[in-house]
Design a protein around this ligand. Structure first.
Ligand SMILES: NC(=O)c1ccc[n+]([C@@H]2O[C@H](COP(=O)([O-])OP(=O)(O)OC[C@H]3O[C@@H](n4cnc5c(N)ncnc54)[C@H](OP(=O)(O)O)[C@@H]3O)[C@@H](O)[C@H]2O)c1
Length: 237
């Protein structure tokens, strides 16, 4: 499915978790595509010599910090909820689940609500960085998978609710990416740069769900094929 497209040139973009990994690559790619301002949210305020980057102290679980950040941004076209937390667990510890939900679900929710007035004014867009684990839980990271599944549902609900206000909402689905989060995971991984490019391509092409790496593209293709076959069987019955 597609929604209205947005070019990145001359836009104001905000990226959470901008200090490393995919977030850092998103900041660089936004600048490469001509964004005029990139608000770089990070728990430790970034230092930069590039005056197009506006560092923003932003722990997405800290409501007061989120509010202050929103008060310090004048205009915004694109919010990228990238900050995320994921580590191994065995789904025995409630506190571990709550930590994952605090960042991946409630962090995304809180930042979105805080910046929604600016996005409504600009008829802007929201990008939520999710994971293939949102629809197919991974055995070693169940708390992460639950949190990403909830964030995926939040994304779909917001997409429906905000369409009437002219705000587009994109979901990013990706498999393993070569960042700190997957250090020690011995599988083929996409580069953060290639994922950042795929995310902005998706926004610029108006893709609702953005499949940002070869693994997520393969999973999506196989699901589409299975659905089509099931429909064929249904209509033949
Ligand atoms: N790597 C993968 O294979 C993969 C696959 C699918 C989806 N993703 C998603 O991609 C996004 C980026 O992850 P990554 O791969 O780039 O991992 P990463 O290198 O571990 O980066 C995670 C980022 O999130 C930030 N963060 C964590 N908790 C935060 C909080 N409370 N407030 C603000 N920022 C916070 C981190 O900041 P600090 O430096 O302060 O900790 C860091 O900037 C995440 O949403 C992740 O779930 C990653």
């Amino acid at each position: 499915m597609s929604i209205n497209a947005m070019t990145i040139a001359n836009r104001a973009v905000l990226v959470t978790g901008a200090n490393r990994g995919i977030g850092h690559a998103l900041v660089q790619e936004a600048l490469r595509r001509g964004a005029t301002r990139v608000h770089a949210g990070a728990r430790q305020t970034l230092t930069t010599l590039d005056d197009r980057i506006a560092p923003l102290t932003l722990d997405v679980t800290d409501a007061a910090q989120v509010q202050t950040a929103a008060e310090n941004v004048a205009t915004l076209d694109l919010l990228i909820n990238n900050a995320g937390l994921g580590f191994h667990d065995d789904i025995t510890n409630r506190a571990v689940l709550e930590r994952h939900l605090a960042v991946n679900l409630f962090g995304t929710f809180g930042v979105t609500q805080a910046f929604l007035p600016l996005l409504t004014r600009s008829h802007g867009a929201i990008v939520n960085v999710l994971s293939i684990s949102a629809s197919a839980p991974l055995r070693d990271v169940p708390a992460y998978s639950i949190a990403k599944a909830a964030a995926f549902n939040l994304t779909q609900s917001l997409r429906a609710l905000l369409a009437g206000r002219g705000v587009r909402v994109h979901a990013v689905v990706t498999g393993p990416v070569d960042t700190e989060m997957t250090r020690g995971l011995n599988v083929p991984k996409a580069s953060p740069q290639s994922v950042a490019q795929a995310i902005f391509d998706g926004v610029e092409n108006g893709a609702e769900d953005i499949f940002a790496d070869p693994v997520s593209v393969a999973v999506a293709t196989s699901r589409r094929t299975s659905t089509a076959k099931a429909r064929e069987r249904g209509s033949a019955a």
